[in-house]
Design a protein around this ligand. Sequence first.
Ligand code: ADP
Ligand code: MG
Length: 344
Amino acid sequence: MKMQPPVGEFELINTFFQSTSRRQCRDVVVHIGDDCAVLDVPMSMQLAVTTDTLVEDVHFLPNISAQDVAYKAVAVNLSDLAAMGATPRWISLALTLPKVDVTWLQAFSDSLFKILADYQVELIGGDTTSGKLSITITAQGLLPQGEGLFRHSAQVGDDIYVTGSLGDSRAGLDLLLAQRQDGEKHYTQDERYLLNRHLRPTPRLAIGQQLLGVANAAIDISDGLSGDLQHILQRSQVSAKIELDQLPLSDELLRFVKTEKSNSETALSYALGGGEDYELCFTAPPMQAKKIQQIAQKSGVSICKIGEIIATEASPTIHYSQHDHSVPDNWQAGFDHFKSFTQS
Ligand code: ADP
Ligand code: MG
């Protein structure tokens, strides 16, 4: 039997978002349904709070499924918490819908609660309005008092690391853009990997939490390594040396650019400017090298050293080198066009 659409806003919230069986946290004193949620914050902890919005046609294509949109809206927020070393606890959801599409809402809600359960996070409230499809999530996490990974605290002499591999997400976006033009196709195993890296980024929460007391500074890579590392440099008033040969590139990305692109530098340009990888970039003193490899081993995610923090002369700058030859500092300047519709 076809499901009847809920008649009003309250019924919609009740049907899709107010599920008592999906509660994750005992520290929620007042749940969805009152004017505010009320939360117990342990005495020894501080709150880390972040918000990210995804707007259709700006941050995601209309051909992305409700499941993928819900997953990503949560994942990008959890990635911000990961970059602070925080443990996620609660989210609120501001949802703007063009219409009440029951099938879409059910798929969205199921996928949302799935990722929330995976990370033991509870939906504690939100807002529902009508308009162009847009999803705003505010995520809150806990940090031990006085701890946290910040952008402003990189030190000269620190090594620079990244988790996982870079540039895959941009290749996945290429595939989705092509799909929009050419229609559905059968994807190869490589293509499925790249699509998954774009649609289902893994927030590096466990690594972020273990880097507390180990790393000096951190950021999550949402806009591409070159832009995001620059934020650390600006806030810390330092510069960086990056060894391009050390950037972690997946075999899938390397094969993708070989078959799809004529320019052999494309994999690097995707890694530096592609964006939406949601890996962590962090800096740590050389004495932490062993500890960092232990964290990598424990988490099953590679962590690569890609360069070091150096003193700034005129203004914070990334100095790139390749095969031990330095390349011009504006090497990546031509890649701005990769900041396509997914960047904000
Ligand atoms: P108010 O008018 O007081 O802002 P609302 O009518 O907007 O309250 O929301 C009623 C309750 O439902 C509140 O507890 C609110 O946090 C929650 N809520 C509204 N929309 C959502 C949503 N999309 N997801 C989760 N909770 C929601
Ligand atoms: Mg409201």
